[in-house]
Design a protein around this ligand. Structure first.
Ligand SMILES: Nc1nc2c(ncn2[C@@H]2O[C@H](COP(=O)(O)OP(=O)(O)OP(=O)(O)O)[C@@H](O)[C@H]2O)c(=O)[nH]1
Ligand SMILES: [Mg+2]
Length: 444
């Protein structure tokens, strides 16, 4: 699992941590570092596979650095706040000291590298296998159905009305691209909470990508989305310009990101806001599962496929985690775990057949509510509201015992909580299953 740092021979385990915007990546990474810094205290000390680690030390100086200082400051401040939203990738490094007898020749240190990157970029994986007509056909299959069809009826109609063989109108193309990006942003927010919002860099550009420089949008003319598409368009036509700029995006933005990062990743964590998708309803649940299947697909390719080689070269462990489980009462927290298991049952089965260890778990990076039981034994949760900071007492929606096979499930809204007061860097933050997640990721 571990590889050697070129210069120092300290083995490095690199863990990618991703999830769509607001899934909880930065909070989880802050909590993971905090737990590793307190490896002999709290829940981690109970994990047998972690017993050899004596001490954890966060390293400064790596570039681009994950801002652990800012995360700690926010969470331990008075009043506490969540880490700021992040829009680019970054790395956190933690050095672990290992207890070994003096005569052992094994390394006495290990570096854990946590790579934080937007899940929106991971979803671009599908693009790598699509030419421009395939991109148009896939987006059309989503946009011709509810709810996307209702979210942007005018835009979708306009994209269907454009003749790909007609001369391009660059000002109109720029306007359409802008509207497509705004549509993607609407799709991912409540009440829709959809996941397959492509291209990912239209939503989160990153430091070097400028969408307006090479604009494109999917076109929905029948000859493009009907399955018998031609890829030859007259010069300077809508089809030629969009296809050219799409291929440039695919090959010079999306692909280098994967080749650069994934050849060295040992384990991958994908965070999902399953509770958010459940509050949005069946469309969000279906879209999220399809998105997850898409990003896990490369693990099923053989080594004759470059994506298969890239993903299977080192990655042996994948954890899909439903975050923010602290919004639920204890019995429902258990149900969330079993709902997640049945939600991803087929995917887990398929990857098990490819000898990839896929673990699905419900977690909370920082538990922000406590259970209150009244004299009649009725339970509720008490926390503080994220926006006002005021104390809130609420009865969260209860979860069904099983996931309906057709994903026809919608639960009531949940409040957004502020972090608890009294967090301290020198103590492991209160969380749920962070120890189990680390034990899974670090077991050698
Ligand atoms: N109750 C609770 N809320 C959480 C937890 N983790 C994250 N949240 C909530 O989710 C929001 C987003 O968390 P982040 O860690 O910033 O998520 P992110 O994926 O890094 O978000 P971006 O950087 O915007 O992509 C926070 O502001 C909190 O409101 C948790 O463990 N418990
Ligand atoms: Mg973040």
């Amino acid at each position: 699992m571990a590889r050697s740092l070129f210069t120092s021979k300290i083995p490095v385990t690199r863990i990618g941590i991703t999830g769509l915007s607001q899934a909880g990546k930065s909070t989880l990474i802050t909590a993971l570092i905090n737990h590793l810094e307190n490896i002999r205290r709290g829940a981690l000390s109970q994990q047998v596979v972690l017993h050899e680690f004596a001490h954890g030390h966060w390293l400064r100086g790596v570039e681009p650095a994950f801002d652990y200082d800012a995360g700690l400051h926010a969470l331990t401040n008075t009043p506490p706040a969540w880490p700021q939203s992040t829009t680019d990738w970054s790395i956190a490094q933690i050095e672990l000291t290992i207890d070994r007898p003096w005569y052992s020749t094994k390394p006495r240190r290990r570096i854990i590298e946590l790579l934080d990157y937007p899940g929106e970029w991971l979803l671009d994986l599908c693009l790598l296998e699509w030419d421009y007509p395939a991109f148009c056909a896939a987006t059309w299959s989503w946009c011709s159905q509810t709810p996307r069809h209702e979210i942007a009826a005018d835009l979708i109609q306009e994209l269907a009305a454009i003749d790909p063989h007609a001369p391009v109108d660059l000002a109109y193309l720029a306007q359409l691209q802008h509207r497509w990006a705004a549509f993607l942003a609407d799709c991912r927010l409540p009440p829709y909470q959809l996941s397959r919002n492509l291209p990912g860099r239209f939503l989160l550009n990153g430091a070097h990508y400028h969408p307006e420089k090479r604009p494109f949008v999917p076109l929905f003319a029948l000859d493009l989305v009907g399955g018998n598409a031609t890829t030859s368009f007259p010069a300077d036509s809508w089809g030629a310009v969009c296809a050219h700029n799409y291929l440039n995006y695919r090959d010079h933005e999306a692909k280098p990101f994967f080749t650069r990062h994934f050849q060295n990743v040992d384990a991958q964590v994908i965070l999902i806001d399953l509770l958010g998708a459940m509050t949005a309803g069946p469309d969000a649940l279906k879209d999220m599962r399809a998105a997850l299947e898409g990003v896990l697909q490369p693990f099923r390719y053989g080594t004759d496929h470059w994506l298969g080689r890239l993903f299977r070269r080192k990655i042996r462990r994948v954890a899909v985690c439903a975050t923010k489980m602290d919004h639920l009462l204890p019995d429902d927290q258990k149900r969330l775990q079993s709902l997640l298991e049945s939600y991803l049952y087929e995917t887990v089965q398929r990857l098990a057949a490819e000898s990839i260890e896929l673990n699905v778990m419900a977690i909370a990076a920082v538990q922000s509510a406590r259970v209150h039981e009244d004299s009649s034994g009725t339970q509720s949760l008490i926390g503080r509201d994220k926006r006002t900071g005021q104390r809130v007492q609420f009865t969260p929606p209860s979860l069904p015992p099983t996931m309906p096979h057709n994903l026809n499930l919608k639960i009531g809204d949940l409040p957004q909580l502020a972090p608890p007061t009294g967090l301290d860097r020198a103590q492991a933050f209160p969380g749920r299953r962070i120890d189990q997640l680390l034990a899974f990721l670090l077991a050698d």
